[in-house]
Design a protein around this ligand. Structure first.
Ligand code: OSB
Ligand code: MG
Length: 393
């Protein structure tokens, strides 16, 4: 982190909703996504510079409670008014400003908080990864493959991913699409490929015998088999499995990460900055895990190139040692919202844009304007204390 105090003052925030179709539907145990409704923020510094950030909430509350519509409401009603026109000494202070006497809505908070980190990097003319203390110049990348019709269809996609260079293949599973599917992929890919599975909370402790069968496939991890808020039963399950459990949905704060470590509810953490309210908490969880010998990796939420810029910067911290869900732009979209698009090399790594200040990518304004279905401008309250201005388009 930079030692110079940065004085930040955001005078205006513009919110946009863009609709971006996925190249193919993405199915997880709790739902399917065919088109992303993406919320973008543009934060304008008092000196005229600006930066973009992304809110990763989905359309329906099937991953966590939040949706793009609850996040839009939280930002316009409560969060933007807390920061607009305020002088903030450093981006690390914003998380406290947004979470004091405020429960929930972490993806909404993260969108604003991460924008301040991006803005601080832009103002300081530093790459975002450098601002936060990133050390890796390229980040190792895995792919997350949605639930498929048949083991054969899954094998085809997993083989294509390995041929492209991905260093980890994560298979979404659910009851009925699990053992036979994982078995087929392991048989087709051989012993040398890192394979993980992600259940998005589709199982209960009653399924322990089925989950124990997964131990036979030498998986890198089993992600979030049980309930999103369940640290206790994951500890019980981990005692019965040899495969490491990785928690995703359950880790919503630094305290929950500490609980997982103390109770043995898992041995790996998937850090998604949106899920934990932004960069300050992500970095704190990263640091705790580093001290505790727990490897972390950066999860994904089917972000556009804007949100991806933040994930890639975060994943450059030293304890992000496992491949992240940081696929390049073309895995998701015909065309991304940014230039340059995100690319992956043949050995499955994505370059951290260390040669560019700020978030390192430039939003394509023509494309964003074409795809925008909702636009709102939020401005600072007047100094006489009258309410925050807002205008919709
Ligand atoms: O559980 O990691 C998850 C996408 C939406 C909601 C939850 C998850 C995911 C992914 C996508 O796995 C990973 C990616 O962005 O490539
Ligand atoms: Mg997950």
């Amino acid at each position: 982190m930079t030692s110079n105090p940065l004085s930040l003052n955001v005078a205006r925030i513009e919110l946009r909703e863009v609709r971006l179709p996925l190249r193919e539907p993405f199915r997880i145990s709790s739902g399917v996504c065919t088109e992303r409704r993406i919320m973008l923020l543009q934060l304008f510094h008092a000196d005229g510079s600006s930066v973009w950030s992304e809110c990763v909430a989905g359309e329906e509350p099937n991953y966590t409670e939040e949706t793009i519509d609850t996040a839009w409401y939280a930002i316009t009603q409560w969060l933007a008014p807390r920061v607009l026109g305020q002088t903030v000494d450093a981006p690390g202070s914003v998380s406290r400003l947004l979470s004091r006497n405020f429960r929930g809505h972490p993806m909404a908070r993260a969108a604003v908080e991460m924008g301040f980190w991006g803005l601080a990097a832009a103002v300081a003319r530093l790459p975002l990864a450098r601002l936060i203390g990133g050390v890796q110049e390229r980040v190792v990348t895995g792919i997350s493959i949605g639930i498929q019709e048949s083991p054969a269809a899954l094998v085809e996609r997993a083989q294509a991913a390995v041929a492209e260079g991905y260093q980890k293949v994560k298979l979404k599973i659910q009851p009925g699409s699990d053992i036979a599917f994982v078995h087929a992929v392991r048989a087709a890919l051989g012993e040398d490929v890192d394979i993980a599975v992600d259940a998005n909370s589709a199982y209960t402790l009653n399924d322990v015998n089925l989950l124990k069968q997964l131990d036979a496939f030498a998986l890198l991890m089993i992600e979030q088999p049980l309930g999103p808020d369940d640290i206790v039963r994951h500890a019980e399950l981990q005692r019965q499995l040899t495969t490491p459990i990785c928690l995703d949905e359950s880790i919503i704060s630094l305290d929950r990460a500490e609980d997982m470590i103390n109770m043995g509810s898992g041995r790996i953490i998937n850090i998604k900055p949106g899920r934990v309210g932004g960069f300050a908490t992500s970095i704190a969880i990263h640091d705790l895990c580093l001290q505790s010998g727990i490897p972390v990796w950066c999860g994904g939420m089917l972000e556009s190139g804007v949100g991806r810029a933040y994930n890639v910067a975060l994943a450059s911290l030293p304890n992000f040692t496992l491949p992240g869900d940081l696929s390049p732009s073309h895995r998701y979209w015909e065309r991304d919202l940014v230039t340059p698009e995100w690319t992956m090399d043949a050995s499955g790594t994505v370059g951290v844009p260390l040669d560019r200040p700020g978030i390192g990518v430039t939003p394509d304004m023509d494309r964003i304007d074409d795809l925008t279905v909702r636009h709102e401008t939020l401005i600072a309250p007047r100094s006489d204390g009258t309410s925050t201005g807002s205008s919709s388009l």
